[in-house]
Design a binder for this molecule. Sequence first.
Ligand code: FCB
Length: 453
Amino acid sequence: MRFPENFLWGTATAAYQVEGAAAEDSRGPSIWDTFSHTAGKIRHGDTGDIACDQYNRLDEDLDLMSELGFEAYRFSVAWPRIQPEGSGPANEKGLDFYRRLVDGLRRRSIEPMLTLYHWDLPQALEDRGGWTSRETSERFAEYAGIVYEALSDEVGFWITLNEPWVASWMGYGLGVHAPGHKGSNKALAATHHLLLGHGLAMERMRSAGDGNQLGVTLNLHPARPSRNTEADKKAARRVDGQANRLYLDPLFRGEYPEDVFLHYRERGVDLSFVQDEDLQKISDPIDFLGVNYYFRNTVRDSTVEVGKSVPFADLGARPVIPHAAEKTAMGWPVEPEGLTEILVRIKDEYADIPMYVTENGRAVNDYIDPEGGVDDEERISYLESHFRAAHDAIERGVDLRGYMVWSFLDNFEWAEGYSKRFGIVYVEYGTQRRVPKASARWYSGVIRQNGLY
Ligand code: FCB
């Protein structure tokens, strides 16, 4: 099974999850610093203060990527390194780190894929309303302009946002991620201002007139009913509305899904933050779509109380894990067919544009065995089945151009702290030693052959 020529194989990380060096070189605090330092928010009280210390171990990490034959690296820029207070002139020391990173990748012939926002909003902006405030969209575009000016000659792939659904609903709706607010109204305002920020940032970057590829990354989950009942089918449709169409429709069609807006309007949510022309900006054509895929949403009609931090409770629905499914260490079901389904759906229903899987992978309860290796067979079979699912989508006409495995390293898994390991390289946190797992060696082979045999 061969992949198209020039198919780009790489790995992904995000700044707060791997960099550490939280206060070095004038980095300002982000909402994740505040949140992780708040008692009770993160498993075991973990924080990203040190993480994988990639900030200080850059060359070692780049050498390892190169040794393993990875062709691309998707990383994110920490906004609070560039603008410690969320606005104003660039902190050159912060930019220098990413100059070194990008330069180091280029020298090793590894393609940089840069994400501008992977959830680490400067705390100073949160203090002024964060993503519930329209001002944040404008600040984001300014920040994007600064980073673009510094790195656009060296970086060919630009992703404005990572997973606006998670940033909005986990962060502002359910309160389980930073900044920890609760309320559908806040999550919807955050959604709109993130998307508007994307549109304004696109406009800035586009005006430079170079040939770089500009896009955005969404987490997409096909939604399906848990039982074959009318009530569950309708619940699945509502969940599809919030999880997928609320992002795909404005980006590709310049409109919000009517059924979703109606649902919230009927429940008294004020949606007046959507202003004339916003949707025009949001739907400015992108060059590629980044898709993060982990599992499907299997949905039940439900009366679970809103406020209990259960996803989709405000839709009268809740997700269930199918009993028969194999589950990862996160408890997520293993469902490779959902990846084919979502890629084909985007092509059929939205746009036949280039796509990249910008994240896919699984958590395993990894450990270093007595021989000194990490034998993560479950991860190999997970990745293999998902590569096959991606290949199926290509055979069905999807213009899929690359695949970034989540993650290069074990890292700070948000509310789960360091307890969940997603890396294909093991990190022994006490010593910061890196140990490539069996999956990393296996992945090298896939890349060398550009396929599976
Ligand atoms: C995604 C995030 C990424 C990582 C994976 C497991 O939602 O984008 O940072 O935590 O999940």
